[in-house]
Design a protein. Structure first.
Length: 460
């Protein structure tokens, strides 16, 4: 080969290496599919619940407890896993994620084999312990794979996936029940997770640095705004946030330092306030997933087809709200997370109030449930993106572990509370409980600040 040919070949190789790939969106696509399937694995129980109650003679309180056991187990595992992810190597973290995805599918399938209420409870706990690490794994990968300007959108897509799962569940479950029976629901939903776990091992690493499908140009693009090399792993955010004086006054936008140590994370009211608010909203979401199908069948008397459509309605709205909330937060609000979270809490409070003594109208219930889901979903992306603005990349898994742990434990109380309320009162009490929960969330959100990275004040 001549020198000229070598120079041309070298230039071509350099041009190829400088081409910015978009592998982060392939990663995001896998996260979306995996999280949708994982959330479908927990949501299908709500469709099977009326059949389970009939076969095993389960009371409302017992049914609520079985539903809540998943969330209690899910919440319990968050903090240990958050600390574990901080210490794992890149390769080990990716492998562990796939293992937990496979276990999630295994416990989903086992629920179809249950022969007693005790076994059903055991499998629900196993599902919660297996699926719990997936949420932290997904958000940790999003935090490492996306630049600041895209984090809210990516988080919105991740949250949208959590609503897409419950959205497709009613229709798929009704088809499966009509073809085979309620047990086969769990077998059908167990298969995709195992396949996706194997694909994840091939295509995804915990961060872009060691990923063979991610070009150096894409890595530089991802790292550009995080300035990892200059700030020891920090990810400063919103240092150039466009001022919005009126909104920032209501929003309590303040300059705060990042949480660089585990001790600082555990001492931050901002983290705990967001976590408790998240628990309120997850509780309402859990009620939609687990109890609304029963409400539509037993109170409104709808047949399976109408029930399936109406049970999907909140999640049609929620998917739209999740994506819309992340995009508005990133592009119109300059990375501010609180406004959409507060709007979501306020809107959810209004819409759940309108469901009290709702008429037996498919149009009214469909519209009200869809708008309730939209309001519920529009702020959800903020709960995972908010800790990204306070924590470093090293402490983020722990920060989100706290948010997700308290969020899931708080959310676990809701299905059990519904069972207790139904055994003593009526569905009016249930909807009032949802209104009060959304109001509590709004008050908690008001109590925390909208952080702007800096050193002038303490993040408490």
């Amino acid at each position: 080969m001549s020198n000229a040919d070598g120079i041309v070949a070298s230039s071509h190789a350099d041009a190829t290496s400088e081409k910015r790939t978009k592998h982060r969106w392939v990663v995001m696509g896998l996260i979306f599919c995996i999280w949708a399937i994982a959330c479908a694995d927990r949501a299908n129980f709500g469709i099977a619940l009326p059949y389970l109650k009939k076969e095993y003679h389960i009371s409302n309180t017992e049914a609520g407890l079985i539903v809540s056991l998943f969330s209690f187990a899910y919440g319990f595992v968050q903090l240990p896993v958050g600390l574990l992810y901080k210490r794992l190597s890149e390769r080990t973290a990716g492998l562990l994620f796939s293992v937990f995805m496979i276990l999630t599918s295994v416990f989903t399938g086992l629920m179809g084999t249950t022969s007693s209420v005790l076994l059903l409870m055991t499998y629900r706990v196993g599902l919660g312990l297996s699926e719990g690490p997936l949420g932290i794994g997904c958000t940790n990968v999003i935090n490492r794979w996306f630049p600041k300007r895209e984090k809210g959108t990516a988080a919105g897509l991740w949250i949208a996936a959590s609503k897409l799962g419950p959205l497709i569940v009613p229709s798929v479950c009704i088809i499966v029940i009509n073809l085979w029976g309620w047990r086969e629901i769990f077998y059908v939903f167990a298969i995709p997770g195992i396949v996706l776990a194997l694909v994840w091992l091939v295509l995804v690493t915990n961060s872009p640095d060691e990923n063979r499908f991610c070009s150096p140009a894409e890595r530089r693009y991802i790292a550009d705004e995080s300035n990892d090399g200059q700030h020891g792993g920090r990810a400063p955010i919103r240092t150039q946030m466009t001022p919005m004086p009126r909104l920032d006054a209501i929003n309590r936008t303040k300059r705060v330092p990042q949480l660089e140590t585990i001790r600082q994370v555990f001492g931050s009211w901002n983290i705990f306030g967001i976590a408790l608010g998240y628990g309120c909203m997850i509780g309402i979401s859990n009620i939609f997933i687990s109890w609304i199908p029963t409400y539509l069948v037993t109170v409104k008397g709808f047949a399976s087809v109408k029930m399936g459509f109406l049970a999907s309605a909140p999640f049609i709205g929620a998917v739209t709200g999740n994506v819309l909330g992340g995009i508005i937060s990133d592009r119109l609000l300059g990375g501010r997370r609180k406004p959409m979270m507060m709007l979501g809490a306020l809107g959810t409070m209004i819409m759940t109030f309108l469901l009290i003594d709702a008429p037996d109208s498919v149009a009214y219930l469909g519209g009200a449930l869809m708008l309730a889901g939209l309001m519920l979903g529009i702020g959800f992306a903020g709960y995972s993106a908010y800790p990204m603005g306070l924590a470093t990349k090293a402490t983020y898994p722990t920060a989100f572990g706290i948010v997700n742990s308290l969020g899931q434990i708080g959310g676990a109380c809701a299905p059990l509370a519904v069972g207790l309320l139904l055994d003593r009162y009526s569905w009016t009490a249930v909807f009032l409980y949802m209104v009060g929960t959304a109001l509590l969330c709004l008050l908690l959100l008001i109590s925390v600040v909208e952080p702007v990275a800096g050193e002038e004040s303490s993040a408490k």
